[in-house]
Design a protein around this ligand. Structure first.
Ligand SMILES: *[C@@H]1O[C@H](CO)[C@@H](O)[C@H](O)[C@H]1NC(C)=O
Ligand SMILES: *[C@@H]1O[C@H](CO)[C@@H](O)[C@H](O)[C@H]1NC(C)=O
Ligand SMILES: *[C@@H]1O[C@H](CO)[C@@H](O)[C@H](O)[C@H]1NC(C)=O
Ligand SMILES: *[C@@H]1O[C@H](CO)[C@@H](O)[C@H](O)[C@H]1NC(C)=O
Ligand SMILES: *[C@@H]1O[C@H](CO)[C@@H](O)[C@H](O)[C@H]1NC(C)=O
Ligand SMILES: *[C@@H]1O[C@H](CO)[C@@H](O)[C@H](O)[C@H]1NC(C)=O
Ligand SMILES: *[C@@H]1O[C@H](CO)[C@@H](O)[C@H](O)[C@H]1NC(C)=O
Ligand SMILES: *[C@@H]1O[C@H](CO)[C@@H](O)[C@H](O)[C@H]1NC(C)=O
Ligand SMILES: *[C@@H]1O[C@H](CO)[C@@H](O)[C@H](O)[C@H]1NC(C)=O
Ligand SMILES: *[C@@H]1O[C@H](CO)[C@@H](O)[C@H](O)[C@H]1NC(C)=O
Ligand SMILES: *[C@@H]1O[C@H](CO)[C@@H](O)[C@H](O)[C@H]1NC(C)=O
Length: 557
């Protein structure tokens, strides 16, 4: 028998040069310290980083490429071999590292490429569980408080809704984790609640306790305890608005028998916690809104929020959508390009980039799109729709108005639209980092729109973005990259007028038509192929008669 199988493996078991990623994958705000991002050393101080629970990039591959050892049934060469449990045979050293890198598909710049599209893969995500520490707060820790009542130690809470919508006053705040909740309070009798319900009183959220700036303060020796009057504790600095007007002091609820209303009821409370690296909490501000409410306002909805702000962060912030590959849920980065696809200006507002229509409260398409269109978020397929009122104009004019609404502002300029290939693409001078959106020609469609007695023929009422992306880089840490994008229109259809004839005025008749936009993300990652070297040819330096008497049936080349 000829030895062939093991040769393939031996070639993989030589030396290798390890490639390390250099970008900081979690640095998504340039100019701002990203919480829990330990490689963001440009914006975070070392003392900030000490308080973080470091994020680690998710990897999802077994770098040893184990196979069942039955697969390797011939193995007659001396070498090291790891056999894991279940009898797996693993590659310990890989001298062909590029086999583990995604191959990049060519950027898709023509319409036809879209029709040859491959399969879809999914990746799982996991979450981090933070651990408490004692010498300083770390992200995810509870925040300690000391009460004026017998110096009792407790923790800062932010009311939240439980299973029902009713407020629960037992939700601990997590250090460096912003949160906002809304929940309801009930009342059986307004006068009693007004006079006795602590949850309607600002003092419950602001007074009678102080914040422990760092848990190291609680590390006391002997019988001593930290006292409420300790000057190191941080007091809550509360400011109130009363019926949306700033007041000089915060007031507790009072029942007004004349108006049968309860005055000074808390409707929202927002904590802003200033943090200073390992020094912990340096300030606590509380903004409270007080309102006058009547019996009918119950169940009363209260809003609560807490924001952690590092006092070391200053300057302007540029938001990225991933570093380098896109993160699911982050907006696509866009730029206005000239017709040749050369980027001209970076579009910093995702709501005016490549966007979908959104309805207003009445269901109509909104007129002021910059504020109300919906950004396209990476990896999230969506369809949105809204109603547009037909004008009295000709069918072609109606179609033009519909095109303008579907396309959005960014296409209404004379240039074209480009999408950043990576979630960190910000360099306009690098054309290769931008993918031009292939747009259907609306002018040629417009020509086929014709008017009949009963309606408009060949009308376009929908459009779709198709975004092709592929994973790049190491298969153990895929970095999604946009490689192509197309914007096209739905099938032409007949739009029937609801009223016809001379007496009918389509404008005053308020006929409405639904239009829709959608986006679909298509993964065209090419699976890394197991490239194997050619089987070496065996040079048979053997005596001519070695295989005799089998010479004729065993080919030797
Ligand atoms: C791919 O990632 C793995 C695990 O992070 C690493 O061990 C390996 O060296 C990387 N390969 C290349 C070619 O960078
Ligand atoms: C990914 O998640 C799915 C559904 O939660 C689960 O069935 C599957 O086992 C997970 N795969 C891995 C590799 O963890
Ligand atoms: C607590 O205090 C003791 C004695 O003062 C000290 O040795 C120890 O390191 C402190 N622990 C922390 C976590 O700071
Ligand atoms: C604690 O503070 C609350 C709210 O300010 C106040 O009503 C109460 O009298 C204080 N208790 C003590 C023991 O000082
Ligand atoms: C703090 O209060 C305790 C008693 O509660 C008192 O003995 C101590 O002198 C006070 N300290 C200060 C700095 O006021
Ligand atoms: C109320 O106070 C806030 C914060 O001090 C300030 O920004 C705001 O302008 C004030 N509003 C009015 C109406 O005075
Ligand atoms: C009750 O409301 C009326 C009308 O706003 C006001 O004139 C009166 O002073 C209020 N009473 C109290 C006790 O605040
Ligand atoms: C923040 O911490 C630094 C030391 O790390 C200290 O010098 C500075 O005074 C602190 N700032 C505040 C406002 O506490
Ligand atoms: C928390 O909120 C503050 C203020 O809105 C913001 O500056 C900060 O980036 C937020 N932190 C996180 C981790 O989102
Ligand atoms: C984006 O990531 C790439 C690849 O790691 C890196 O070369 C580039 O410098 C990054 N760009 C920015 C603006 O961070
Ligand atoms: C749009 O056209 C104007 C005038 O023709 C030109 O100056 C401008 O550069 C064009 N804009 C783009 C983005 O191509």
């Amino acid at each position: 028998m000829m030895p062939t199988c093991e040769i393939i493996y031996i070639l993989l078991m030589l030396s290798c040069v390890l490639g390390q990623r250099t970008t900081c994958f979690c640095d998504l705000n340039i100019g701002l310290c990203d919480v829990n991002c330990c490689c963001d050393t440009e914006d975070c101080s070392t003392s900030d980083i000490e308080t973080f629970t470091c994020l680690v990039p998710l990897t999802n591959a077994d770098t040893l490429h184990c196979v069942y050892d039955q697969v390797v049934f011939v193995n007659n060469i001396a070498q090291t071999q790891t056999v894991r449990q279940n009898g797996l045979f693993c590659i310990e050293v890989d001298n062909f590292a590029t086999r583990n890198m995604y191959t990049s598909p060519a950027c898709i710049s023509s319409d036809t490429c879209f029709d040859d599209i491959g399969q879809i893969y999914f990746y799982n995500v996991s979450t981090n569980v933070p651990q408490a520490t004692e010498s300083f707060y770390q992200s995810g820790d509870i925040v300690y408080t000391i009460f004026n009542n017998s110096n009792a130690q407790s923790m800062l809470i932010l009311p939240s809704s439980g299973v029902s919508n009713v407020c629960q006053d037992n939700n601990p705040v997590k250090y460096l984790s912003n949160e906002s909740n809304s929940c309801t309070r009930s009342s059986s009798d307004l006068m009693t609640s007004c006079n006795t319900d602590y949850s309607l009183d600002f003092a419950f959220y602001a007074e009678g306790f102080k914040i422990v700036p760092s848990p190291s303060l609680l590390n006391l020796t002997g019988n001593s305890e930290i006292l409420f009057n300790d000057t190191e504790l941080v007091s809550i600095s509360a400011s109130c608005t009363l019926n949306n007007i700033n007041t000089t002091e915060c007031l507790s609820p009072v029942y007004n028998a004349t108006t049968t209303q309860c005055e000074n009821v808390v409707t929202s409370a927002t904590y802003t916690i200033g943090t200073n690296g390992t020094n912990g909490i340096s300030s606590v501000d509380l903004q409270i809104d007080l309102s006058m409410i009547g019996e009918a306002s119950f169940p009363l909805t209260q809003q609560f929020a807490i924001n952690f702000v590092s006092i070391q962060n200053t300057g302007t912030v540029l938001q990225l959508s991933g570093n380098p590959g896109y993160l699911v849920g982050r907006p696509l980065l866009t730029a206005v390009c000239d017709s040749a696809g050369v980027p001209q200006s970076f579009n910093s507002n995702p709501n005016v980039g490549v966007t979908l229509v959104t309805p207003t409260a009445t269901g109509l398409c909104s007129a002021s799109e910059a504020l109300t269109r919906q950004a396209i978020l990476f990896g999230q397929d969506q369809t949105t729709g809204c109603m547009t009122a037909l004008s009295t104009s000709t069918c072609q004019q109606i179609q033009q108005e519909i095109f303008a609404t579907l396309d959005g502002q960014i296409f209404n300029q004379n240039g074209s639209v480009c999408i950043g290939s990576y979630g960190n693409t910000t360099d306009l001078t690098s054309t290769a980092d931008w993918t031009q959106v292939i747009k259907a020609d609306s002018e040629s469609i417009l020509i086929s729109v014709t008017e009949t007695n009963t309606g408009c023929q060949n009308m376009i009422l929908s459009s779709v973005y198709e975004i092709l992306f592929a994973n790049a880089g190491n298969i153990s840490d895929p970095q999604p990259k946009v490689v192509g994008a197309r914007y096209s229109y739905g099938n032409p259809q007949f739009l029937q007028f609801r009223c016809i004839g001379g007496n009918c005025d389509r404008g005053t008749n308020q006929q409405r038509v639904e239009i829709s936009t959608s986006v679909t993300f298509i993964d065209i990652s090419e699976t890394p192929v197991s490239l194997e070297t050619q089987r070496p040819t065996i040079e048979a330096k053997l005596p001519n008669d070695f295989f005799s008497p089998f010479k004729d049936s065993v080919p030797v080349n």
